[in-house]
Design a protein around this ligand. Structure first.
Ligand SMILES: NC(=O)c1ccc[n+]([C@@H]2O[C@H](COP(=O)([O-])OP(=O)(O)OC[C@H]3O[C@@H](n4cnc5c(N)ncnc54)[C@H](O)[C@@H]3O)[C@@H](O)[C@H]2O)c1
Length: 465
């Protein structure tokens, strides 16, 4: 099949690359010429500046100019296309509604070209971006305005988690296809033939509106799960002496009806999807006159969670952040990605700067390049207080306290480095419960404050800063 993928970020690039592995002819199109030039080098370092996903650069290197092509010129590839996947960003507007401007621009460009194409074969336009319920109908309207013949619309939401994008695209839990016509289902079955009769992968065909809803319900349920653990489970551990978080998790999730996913308590979930998708669903429900109180609370718990360790440090450990040097380990919204969109670290930096810290010594294994873009001193001169370091050890040097914001595995073994580099009394704020041997550090005089536990003052000091 000949496929065009519109938008080559995390979703589009992964979709284009993994689809090309099955011998489809895939054209990945983007308006960002620098991005396309980087992908066309097939060089891992160049590609990973934009999208850093394990295994992705290798698939691109193997398939480029055989089954996979990158272009900024969509007009030249439109003839003979069977399916066009929209993978443009759909960020939130200030009121929580979805900004469909990238999507609409792309849809208009494609509709104009399809109206003029010579070959009249059936083509299906597929929404892979997360878009409000009813967007497939909206797309139909755009196609009608342009008088596009022999065209169908479909919704095929993407569920990939960043960090595991390739693995999960090759072996998804489910593939959801919403369409109106058998012709369009048939095209998508051919594209996804490896999944259609798979024993472990559910291939679900439904209406476009149901497919659109599945994405929102799944993401908001996952965030509800996270907020439940953060807003209820963690609070118990922080309130009552002798509540052990790990045992609490085991005891609850041993119930076969309750998943272990999300039971890791943390300083909130970030990333490009959870926050914006729940905001969008709240907006969609409220605009239809429906209450969305539960979702509103889930969203607020998650937002507050991102910085509340800093509040706790002030309240429980008596910390004064003014003129302090703080090491910040982890900038990406989670491990194994360079993506910083809506990352908790953004809120942590904001909160630390607002409290007058002297310096933030930042380290992340993959996201330093992204961080410099987010914390551009041209946007806010306070960002000059951030210094960037190539190792966790270098970031710790000269710091007076530490905040761990991302669950990079390498942080689990950090207690030895902490002891070598920063002497007690020293405060460790652990937003991800990444220091398993914290009790030994506390014995040696380090103060430890983690999500899900009461504040532990170092044994040989008075616990003040
Ligand atoms: N990132 C994720 O983990 C994830 C997971 C599931 C679903 N989604 C959804 O998938 C969609 C894409 O997300 P993403 O993270 O890949 O976005 P992204 O911001 O990484 O990439 C979007 C790309 O679209 C390009 N673009 C913008 N306008 C264009 C146009 N008119 N024509 C062609 N290209 C255009 C941009 O240049 C950019 O390269 C969003 O709706 C998102 O909610 C994302």
């Amino acid at each position: 099949m000949k496929i065009i993928v519109v938008g080559t970020g995390f979703v589009g690039l992964t979709h284009a690359a993994t689809t090309s592995e099955y011998g489809h002819e895939v054209y990945a199109y983007d308006i960002d010429a620098k991005r396309i030039a980087a992908y066309n080098t097939a060089n891992a370092a160049q590609i990973e500046r934009y999208v850093n996903e394990p295994g992705l650069a290798q698939i691109i290197a193997e398939n480029i100019n055989r089954y996979l092509f990158f272009t900024t010129d969509v007009a030249s590839i439109i003839e003979g296309t069977d399916a066009i996947f929209f993978c443009t960003a759909t960020p939130p507007n200030h009121n929580g509604s979805t900004d469909l401007s990238y999507y609409t621009n792309a849809a208009n460009t494609i509709a104009e070209l399809l109206a003029k194409r010579k070959d009249q074969r059936r083509v299906v336009l597929v929404n892979k971006s997360t878009v409000p319920v009813g967007t497939a109908r909206y797309l139909e309207g755009i196609l009608r305005e342009h008088d596009v013949p022999n065209v169908g619309v479909a919704s095929n939401p993407e569920f990939l988690p960043e960090g595991d994008a390739v693995e999960k695209s090759r072996k998804p839990d489910r593939v959801v296809v919403g369409a109106d016509h058998e012709n369009d289902f048939r095209i998508l079955r051919r594209i996804y033939s490896q999944f259609v009769n798979h024993v472990r992968i559910r291939y679900i065909e439904t209406t476009p509106e149901t497919a659109e809803s599945i994405k929102y319900v799944a993401n908001t349920l996952l965030l509800t799960y996270i907020s439940f653990w953060n807003g209820v489970g963690a609070r118990l551990g922080e309130t009552f002496p002798n509540v052990r978080m790990e045992d609490l998790k085991r005891g609850v999730t041993s119930d076969a009806r309750i998943s272990t996913w999300g039971s890791y308590v943390s300083n909130g979930a970030g990333g490009s999807c959870f926050g914006k998708d729940i905001q969008s669903l709240i907006y969609q429900l409220q605009s239809a006159g429906q209450p969305a109180d539960l979702l509103q609370s889930v969203y607020e718990i998650n937002e507050y969670q991102k910085t509340y360790l800093i509040d706790r440090a002030i309240r429980e450990a008596g910390v004064n952040f003014n003129q302090k040097t703080v090491a910040l380990l982890g900038l990406a919204f989670k491990q194994r990605t360079n993506d910083m969109r809506d990352s908790s670290s953004l809120k942590v930096v904001e909160a630390l700067l607002a409290r007058g810290v002297k310096e933030i010594r930042a380290y992340d294994p993959l996201a330093l390049h992204e961080a410099k873009r987010f914390f551009d001193p041209e946007k806010n001169h306070l960002f000059e207080k951030i210094t960037y370091h190539e190792t966790a050890k270098a970031a710790l040097e000269g710091s007076e306290m530490l905040f761990i914001s991302t669950d990079w595995e390498e942080f689990r073994g950090l207690s030895g480095t902490i002891e070598k580099v920063v002497p007690p009394p020293y405060l460790i704020m652990d937003g991800r419960r990444m220091i398993p041997d914290y009790d030994e550090l506390v014995e040696r005089g380090y103060h430890y404050l983690a999500v899900g536990s009461r504040y532990l003052a170092g044994k040989s000091t008075n616990g003040k800063h």
